[in-house]
Design a binder for this molecule. Structure first.
Ligand SMILES: NC(=O)c1ccc[n+]([C@@H]2O[C@H](COP(=O)([O-])OP(=O)(O)OC[C@H]3O[C@@H](n4cnc5c(N)ncnc54)[C@H](OP(=O)(O)O)[C@@H]3O)[C@@H](O)[C@H]2O)c1
Length: 405
């Protein structure tokens, strides 16, 4: 039996009889890949060379039947992964000093990130095709250029056009990518292989967990947005410093940034959108609303009961966790949620969720999406029209207007 844990400061190994605190400074005195044995529990120290994090591989020897490992509260522990959270004091801007940054695409993320870099005193050029957004960039006081010219001028090329068009934009900037850093804000283009950079540039990910407005307001009010980063290709040997400096310059370190991979970011992001954020929860609302209305309850009450209160509740999910939410609602709501949630969403849902995840992982979803986009989104448009006609949305529009919500 072996488990892998990451320990940032110290940890406690406890057998049935004995507990020993192993302090990180003490352990770190051991060379990488050395080990220590405590009461039949062998802790091997290994270093993850990519993230420079120490891991302890804990092995249970025959003499000890039970043991538990306690991590101190400050220690990040995520399903057996290291979670080193980088904050302002952990990161410097040096890797970007004196460099020009090309913001390729001036939309939701592009406009916010360009403004943050500008306020941070960086030299920014906005690249794009002629049109509305490039015009906006000019009005906002940025130097603008074609994708090619912007890439030619800059050292850091940030891909901020929609994912599905990135392969086309990348073909235009490819001749100017050598020796530079290519930055992505989402893992899909690299993970699913739409963009295949040559082995002559650094390729990194800085993915904010929030929309452009929050990226900008988080920079201004110094609260930041949690972001993940990853290094796909490190030709210069300094890709990691560059990606951390980029995240820092965007103010993401106010909230905290941590290392992931293009694959994990792409898959978890797409799955979360489909299973919960934009798919599963809206579908549960539609069906719950329909059940109430079909039984003769007023549409307004059905809307308030199934959708309106979600804002306050989801804020609690995020700020206090699901357990904290259940502790902070009325006792009837807590009891009802705990007892009936599984009635509403049964074990068969898990099987369906696995199918959703299979489609994301295999690339089947992305292939379908790519075909949809090539044909100018016919299914998306049709389903959106149907959505607008749904009773829950018509009632919602009326209620929001009546109550000035
Ligand atoms: N949206 C978010 O909040 C968010 C959050 C996290 C990560 N991300 C990631 O950030 C990246 C950018 O997403 P976004 O939502 O910010 O994109 P977006 O707002 O949809 O991007 C719009 C920009 O892309 C340009 N553009 C659109 N289609 C184009 C094409 N065919 N050829 C050339 N330029 C084109 C637009 O120019 P025109 O005005 O000329 O059309 C505009 O400058 C993506 O990788 C996304 O996954 C986004």
């Amino acid at each position: 039996m072996a488990r892998t844990l990451c320990i940032a400061n110290s940890f406690r190994i406890q057998s049935r009889k004995t507990s020993v605190l192993v302090a990180y400074p003490f352990c770190s005195a051991y060379a990488s890949n050395s080990s220590l044995s405590v009461f039949g529990i062998r802790a091997e120290i290994v270093t993850n060379s990519i993230s420079n994090t120490l891991y302890f591989v804990i092995q249970l020897k025959s003499r000890v039947k039970n043991f538990s490992i306690y991590a101190r509260p400050s220690i990040g522990y995520l399903g057996g992964y290291a979670l080193k959270v980088y904050r302002e004091n952990d990161v410097a801007l040096d890797a970007l000093t004196g460099k020009t940054i090309a913001i390729l695409g001036y939309g939701i993320q592009g406009r916010a990130q360009a403004a943050n870099f500008k306020d941070g005193g960086f030299d920014v050029v906005v690249g794009g095709r002629p049109g509305k957004s490039l015009e906006q960039a000019r009005k906002d006081g940025f130097q603008t250029a074609s994708f090619q010219d912007a890439a030619k001028k800059a050292h850091v090329l940030s891909m901020l056009v929609p994912d599905i068009v990135q392969s086309g934009v990348f073909e235009q900037i490819k001749p100017h990518a050598a020796g530079k850093t290519l930055v992505f804000a989402h893992g899909s283009p690299i993970h699913f292989g739409w963009v295949k950079p040559e082995n002559n540039c650094d390729v990194v990910l800085v993915a904010p967990s929030g929309p452009g407005k929050k990226v900008r307001s988080g920079f201004l009010d110094e609260t930041g947005v949690v972001a993940t980063f990853a290094v796909h290709q490190d030709v210069s040997g300094s890709a990691r410093q560059t990606v951390l400096s980029y995240a820092h310059a965007q103010g993401f370190t106010y909230a905290g940034v941590f290392e992931s991979s293009f694959r994990d970011e792409a898959v978890c992001d797409l799955f979360g959108e489909q299973a919960i954020l934009c798919g599963g929860v809206p579908e549960l609302i539609r069906q719950s609303y329909d059940v109430l209305v079909k039984r003769g309850y007023s549409k307004e009450m059905a809307y308030l009961g199934t959708l309106y209160e979600l804002r306050a509740l989801t804020q609690m999910y995020v700020e206090k966790g699901l357990d904290g939410m259940l502790e902070n609602v009325s006792s009837a709501a807590g009891y009802g949620g705990l007892m009936q949630g599984k009635e509403a969403v049964g074990p068969e849902t898990k099987k369906r969720l696995e199918k959703v995840l299979d489609d994301v992982e295999s690339g089947a979803f992305m292939n379908a999406f790519s075909n949809e986009s090539k044909n100018d989104f016919p299914e998306t448009k049709r389903l959106l029209e149907e959505e607008k006609e749904k009773d829950v949305n018509r009632t919602g529009a009326r209620v929001r207007k009546q109550f000035k919500l």
